[in-house]
Write a protein that binds this ligand. Sequence first.
Ligand SMILES: *[C@@H]1O[C@H](CO)[C@@H](O)[C@H](O)[C@H]1NC(C)=O
Ligand SMILES: *[C@@H]1O[C@H](CO)[C@@H](O)[C@H](O)[C@H]1NC(C)=O
Ligand SMILES: *[C@@H]1O[C@H](CO)[C@@H](O)[C@H](O)[C@H]1NC(C)=O
Ligand SMILES: *[C@@H]1O[C@H](CO)[C@@H](O)[C@H](O)[C@H]1NC(C)=O
Ligand SMILES: *[C@@H]1O[C@H](CO)[C@@H](O)[C@H](O)[C@H]1NC(C)=O
Ligand SMILES: *[C@@H]1O[C@H](CO)[C@@H](O)[C@H](O)[C@H]1NC(C)=O
Length: 295
Amino acid sequence: MAITIQKWLLIILFLHIHVLNIVAQLPDLRYGSCGENGNYTENSTYKNNLNTLLTSLPSKIDNYGFYKASIGQNIDRASVIVLCRGDVELQECRDCVHNVSQKLVQVCPNQKEAAGGYDKCMLVYSNESITDTTTFSKLFYLNEIQNASKPGEFNKELGKLLVRLRVVAAHGDPRRKYASGNATGPDFQNIFALVQCTPDLPPQNCFDCLTKAYEDMINCPCMGKKGGRIIGARCSFRYGTSPFFRLDVVSVAPPPEEEGGDDKTVRTVIIIVGPIFTIIIFIACISVVMMSRRN
Ligand SMILES: *[C@@H]1O[C@H](CO)[C@@H](O)[C@H](O)[C@H]1NC(C)=O
Ligand SMILES: *[C@@H]1O[C@H](CO)[C@@H](O)[C@H](O)[C@H]1NC(C)=O
Ligand SMILES: *[C@@H]1O[C@H](CO)[C@@H](O)[C@H](O)[C@H]1NC(C)=O
Ligand SMILES: *[C@@H]1O[C@H](CO)[C@@H](O)[C@H](O)[C@H]1NC(C)=O
Ligand SMILES: *[C@@H]1O[C@H](CO)[C@@H](O)[C@H](O)[C@H]1NC(C)=O
Ligand SMILES: *[C@@H]1O[C@H](CO)[C@@H](O)[C@H](O)[C@H]1NC(C)=O
């Protein structure tokens, strides 16, 4: 009798561990690279500083999906910048930032510098003073494979849309320097675009950063394609022929605090039930052992 119960408990324990493992797997980055500043050493102050910054990120993110900080002096100084896309709600933003920070550290073990992101958030960390510079510096180009039809006209319409959005992002809500919109290109192609700056940039710097990013389009493999992105640490833009952002986003109201999606509910249940379950199994195992000893 006792043996069958023990076996049954072992099977449950095994399944339980596996469920947790599946949950812990991080999705691949949408884009990322490890920088060129080499590795830090195992016990270094830099490593400590960087760890402190990265572990606190999800809780430090403000309501508008932004955080930047530096810790340390001179060669030990570590800096981070994180930014969620302007239409992403706070909880999703935190999850995204949590994932990207863990994933980047996995992909770039011991690297002083790295940058990368998912569709909804991006993270840069470095031993250079990235938090002080406000100008455009290109990090990533992304492009779709398909050509736009009539690329010349397409780009002209895209250009007009981007110029319109740049003004809204730079001079609109100062806490969320984000704008999205759409236009109609040649052959009735829809063009959707979004532009964003880190909200700490003054309006003029945001405007200038986006201007530089647009000018960089001639170097981007996305030129003439149906979709593309130019991503910098301080500003970026993205365009495509189908919607990839929330069309209804209100740029003034703060995002609602709680909105339990299905995924989240499942995860929460596992997180809460997991440890309790382990304790119950532990107690059950002990009782079974005691009972069989008594017999
Ligand atoms: C940095 O560390 C990684 C793995 O820990 C290693 O593959 C790489 O060669 C190191 N790079 C340098 C420049 O030491
Ligand atoms: C790092 O610290 C550990 C324990 O504190 C020590 O054993 C190890 O030798 C140190 N490594 C370096 C490279 O200083
Ligand atoms: C960052 O690290 C690289 C490589 O170790 C070094 O050459 C550079 O001077 C460092 N930058 C700063 C600001 O300390
Ligand atoms: C974060 O990673 C978990 C798996 O660990 C995944 O279920 C979740 O969808 C990811 N969230 C985001 C926003 O990337
Ligand atoms: C896109 O257009 C270029 C020339 O502008 C052409 O060389 C290429 O084959 C086209 N690619 C596709 C996928 O149609
Ligand atoms: C923008 O997209 C919406 C929804 O797809 C569409 O109804 C509207 O006509 C588009 N506006 C322009 C100017 O293309």
